[in-house]
Structure formats: structure tokens, C-alpha cells
Write a protein that binds this ligand. Structure first.
Ligand code: ZN
Ligand code: MN
Length: 466
């Protein structure tokens, strides 16, 4: 029996603003001390009234346009009532009846993921559970810095068909919002509530998953759990679950409540907002280049492969870096290949974004030019980039410090002769057509020359000399 999962996501993205949504508190940096960016409004004191930060509306409309939504012509905010320690007012200001946008879509390759709604809402406070475990912790601390941070919530229809596709979708959303200037990864996280179900089975919601990889992991765990239950003839309970990042497992939090349980009411402290066609038109005109257009430009104008273009544009900062380098360096294909393989691998391995690393476009281009001019081998460059990313020491300096060089052909030839003499069997095997043996011989020469020869040159010489 083929069991195909259906996944729908509700994603909360922190909007890139200077101040909070309903007060003038500045947005806290990630390392801000707890409860230092607060006021009467975002602490929810009785008698205080919210004042809307209008920039969030422009952000939301641009996002809705980029995701092909119908834009509402008027809207208001609602109170979503619930009792929980992260919400001192006992209600969250959000949107319910009239969100900013509805009925949009985003394309993943050829797959169309329908967007049900896009709405604005405030972030609740942050709960810090002792020991980090929501279930076992003895006490919980509250940090109100996060309370009142503007969020956009993007809700899909249950169109996603696998955990990895869910991650791809989030990657696309992230890149679109970065290009719009609506989201800055260094300031805020992306948090997702994910719904997952198998055919003819109950739907489970996993709440509050951080990041892109987290969503893929949580959903992989859930889809296996559901399949196992159904295979054993048991049923899946309709419930809300929590994902533990450390263990990679999910736990039951509570049986699922329905939307009506929240008792939405109109927020009387904020007025109706009308969105005129002129305003939408003006925002449409001010839209920057979006990821899909940028990918096409990279392919058309710079001749990149689609794969390279997609990889670069999936991270706006990396694509920006690439474009600066491309203005300094002629071999665009080589630049794209090195960036999407060696540089990216190195950044991912160290969990760094290009903007956090100390590399500069000029230094990076210098490194590539040292290969072109025959100063170092591509293999050496692959080693140098690791050190460059970590320390920021310029490649030119690294090359001098390590006295890296390529030795002249006559010396390579001597090394090849030595290796041939020493490895008679391998030479014989090669003559009988063994590819493995020539790779082995090349490896021996590289060892003997301490990596200071070009493997292509070594291969040629071996073929000539045996
Ligand atoms: Zn405040
Ligand atoms: Mn929400």
C-alpha cells in the first residue's frame, strides 16, 4: 500500500523592522539581555493601547504580491484569546476574518504550492524552560523582549508531499522574503507549525519548529510514526505535538483544539485599514527583482547552469557576493562552480553564512586567479578556502606563509620515473587496462611531490612514460 503524506505549513517570519508592531520598543538583537526591550504596551499592562507600526502593512502587501495573492481592500485586527504564560494580555493581536492576502501560490520547479492566506500578527513572549525540555522542566522563565515583534504568517494548503519538499518550500519563501528586504536571517528565525496526515487518517500538528532543517526532521519523524501506527492497525490521534530538536522526536502536547476555541473578537483599539488599488499599484512598481527572475537572469546573461543559479539564489547574501565577484573576475563558470561546491561546502560545514565569514570578494577572486596563473593547483585552492573562511587571512598571504608552489615539469618527471620503478605490478595492471592502477600511480606521485604537481599533468606524464 502506497502511503502518501499530505503536509500543510503555517510559517511565522519575523519582519525586518526597526521597532515592534504596536509600540516603539526597538527590536532586540538576538543576544540582548532578557526583558530589556519592553514597555507598558508590549508587557500588556491594563489600560495600554496598541499603535500600529504602518511599515508592517507594506511588508505584508509586498509579500502577498510576491506570492501571487489576491490583496484585500480592507482589513482589521482580531484578538485571539488563549491563556498561556507567553501572552500577558491573554490574547494575541492577529488577523482572522480578513487577512492581507489570500489564494496565492509559490512554484517549486514545476510543483505549485497553494498559499491559503497571509496575515500579520504579534509574536508572544519567549518561554525558557529549565534544561531546555518543555516536558521535564521544573520551572519556566519568560523573556518579553520578543513580545510584540511583528510577524507575517504564511499558510499553505496541504499541497506538500514530502518532508524534503516542505524544506524546499521554506527555502524558497526565505529567499523571496530576503529579496524583498522583509526578512533578515541574522535578526530573527523562521518558525513553523506543520500539519501532516496520511490518507484516511487523522491530522497531527507539530508546533513551533525552528528553521528549515528542523521542519524536515520533525516531519520525517512524524511520517514514519504515522506509517508504523497504521501498519500495526492502530490509529493516529488528532493532536498537537512538540518537536525536540536534540532527540529529533516529537511528543504529544495536547489534543487538538479547533479555531473556534480561540473565541476571536474584533480588536477595538485599532481601526479598520483600507488598502487602496493605488497603494497596491505603487508597491507593485517598487518590487525588487525576485528569486525566479534572478535565476533566469543568471542563466541568460551569465550563462550559468540552472542548478548553479538555483543554488546561488537560494541564499540572497551568497548571490550578492557572487555578483560582486563576477564583476572582478572573467571566468564566470569557474566562479560559479567553485562557489556552489567548495565555498558553500566550507560555509555549511562551519555553519556560517557568507556575511559572517571573513572572506572578501577581492581575496576570493585572488584565490581563483592564483589557480589560473599556475601559482597553485586547484587542489591547493580547495584546502586554502577552508582556512580563508575560518581565519580571514588573505589567500595571497596564506600562499606565501605556506610557501605553496607548483614544481617544474622536470621535477614532476623525476618523481613519475621513481614511482614507475617502484610499482611494477601497478604499471603492468595499467597496461592491461586497469583504471584503478593509474589512479593509484597518480596518487603515489602526488604524495611524493607533496601535492605540488597538477594531477592532470601527472596523469599525462605517466601515460607517456610507461
Ligand atoms: Zn514595547
Ligand atoms: Mn500564528
Amino acid at each position: 500500500m502506497l502511503m502518501k503524506v499530505r503536509i500543510g505549513l503555517e510559517t511565522h517570519v519575523q519582519l525586518n523592522t526597526k521597532t515592534k508592531m504596536f509600540c516603539s520598543c526597538p527590536l532586540p538583537s538576538i543576544d540582548a539581555k532578557p526583558n530589556t526591550h519592553v514597555c507598558d504596551v508590549c508587557l500588556g499592562f491594563p489600560g495600554t493601547k496598541p499603535r500600529l507600526n504602518k511599515i508592517v502593512i507594506d511588508h505584508a502587501i509586498r509579500i502577498a504580491l510576491a506570492l501571487n495573492c489576491e490583496i484585500t481592500n480592507s482589513m482589521f485586527f482580531s484578538r485571539k484569546s488563549y491563556f498561556y504564560p507567553d501572552m500577558s494580555k491573554n490574547y494575541q493581536i492577529t488577523q482572522y476574518e480578513l487577512p492581507v492576502g489570500i489564494n496565492g501560490y509559490v512554484l517549486l520547479d514545476k510543483k505549485k504550492v497553494r498559499i491559503k492566506r497571509i496575515q500579520l500578527e504579534e509574536d508572544p513572549a519567549k518561554l525558557l524552560h529549565e534544561g531546555g525540555d518543555i516536558i521535564k522542566s521544573r520551572l519556566t522563565l519568560i523573556d518579553y523582549n520578543r513580545s510584540g515583534i511583528p510577524l507575517v504568517e504564511i499558510v499553505t494548503e496541504p499541497d506538500l508531499e514530502s518532508p524534503s519538499q516542505a524544506r524546499d518550500y521554506l527555502g524558497k519563501i526565505k529567499s523571496i522574503l530576503e529579496h524583498l528586504g522583509a526578512y533578515d536571517e541574522s535578526k530573527g528565525v523562521i518558525k513553523t507549525d506543520a500539519n501532516i496526515s496520511l490518507p484516511d487518517s487523522e491530522r497531527v500538528e507539530v508546533k513551533n519548529i525552528t528553521g528549515l532543517r528542523g521542519v524536515e526532521r520533525a516531519l520525517s519523524y512524524e511520517s514514519i510514526r504515522h506509517k508504523n501506527l497504521l501498519t500495526l492497525g492502530e490509529s493516529v490521534a488528532r493532536e498537537t505535538r512538540h518537536f525536540n530538536e536534540k532527540t529529533g522526536m516529537t511528543f504529544s502536547l495536547r489534543l487538538k483544539e479547533t479555531e473556534t476555541d480561540y473565541g476571536y473578537i474584533f480588536e477595538p483599539d485599532l481601526s479598520w485599514i483600507s488598502i487602496t488599488p493605488e497603494k497596491v499599484q505603487a508597491l507593485k512598481k517598487s518590487m525588487p527583482e525576485l528569486p525566479d527572475e534572478r535565476i533566469e537572469r543568471f542563466i541568460r546573461k551569465s550563462g550559468l547552469s540552472r542548478e548553479n543559479a538555483v543554488t546561488l539564489v537560494s541564499d540572497k547574501a551568497l548571490a550578492d557576493f557572487f555578483e560582486v565577484c563576477a564583476s572582478l573576475y572573467k571566468n564566470i563558470a569557474k566562479l560559479a562552480n567553485f562557489t556552489t561546491t567548495d565555498l558553500l561546502k566550507c560555509l555549511n560545514y562551519n555553519n556560517l553564512r557568507i556575511t559572517d565569514s571573513k572572506i572578501t570578494p577581492q581575496g576570493y577572486v585572488d584565490l581563483l586567479e592564483s589557480i589560473d596563473s599556475g601559482k597553485i593547483t586547484a587542489r591547493m585552492a580547495k584546502e586554502l578556502i577552508k582556512e580563508y573562511v575560518m581565519t580571514g587571512t588573505q589567500p595571497k598571504e596564506l600562499i606565501n606563509k605556506k610557501s605553496l608552489k607548483i614544481i617544474p615539469e622536470s621535477e614532476v618527471e623525476k618523481a613519475v620515473e621513481k614511482v614507475i620503478k617502484k610499482n611494477k605490478q601497478a604499471v603492468l595492471d595499467y597496461k592491461h587496462g586497469s583504471e584503478k592502477s593509474i589512479n593509484f600511480l597518480v596518487g603515489e606521485v602526488m604524495k611524493l611531490t607533496k601535492g605540488q604537481a597538477r594531477p592532470e599533468e601527472v596523469t599525462k606524464l605517466i601515460k607517456k612514460l610507461v
